[in-house]
Design a protein around this ligand. Sequence first.
Ligand SMILES: [Ca+2]
Ligand SMILES: [Ca+2]
Length: 157
Amino acid sequence: MRFITVFIFVICLVFAESAKNYKLFRVNKLNWHAAFQDCLTRGLQLATINSAVDQREFDAVLENSHMVNSWVWTSGTDQSEEGVFIWMSTGQPYTYTKWRESEPNNLRGDEHCMVVDWVDKNTPAYWNDGRCRYKLPYVCEDKAETNNVVKIDLNVD
Ligand SMILES: [Ca+2]
Ligand SMILES: [Ca+2]
């Protein structure tokens, strides 16, 4: 009788690319820093957009709100190093971008916070850098999940 036991441990780091559950806050417009803090106060974080899928989800939230012609804060910023944008909520560099042509332009040397430039549902939304002190609507998202450690045991007789 022969037993073959294969015992395999596979440890994977899974970066779950789940829905962001973006939420738009537009009644009380805030500057970028206040928006960043308000999301945290709500147990959320100011939005990140890491893929075209995220962008579509983000756009859908704006579309469903029937908002038109508005800039909307995300957590993108180059405040730590001019021209180098990161997502403040995660500390991560950009993996996807959708800048409007000629943006980011750091206009007057005073644009360090990233908006989604929303026009309407029939017009593609693009990114822009704006002045952090502008009071704008903002989008929060669920807090980033910590990496899931998946352990798979295969026990074959
Ligand atoms: Ca800048
Ligand atoms: Ca700009």
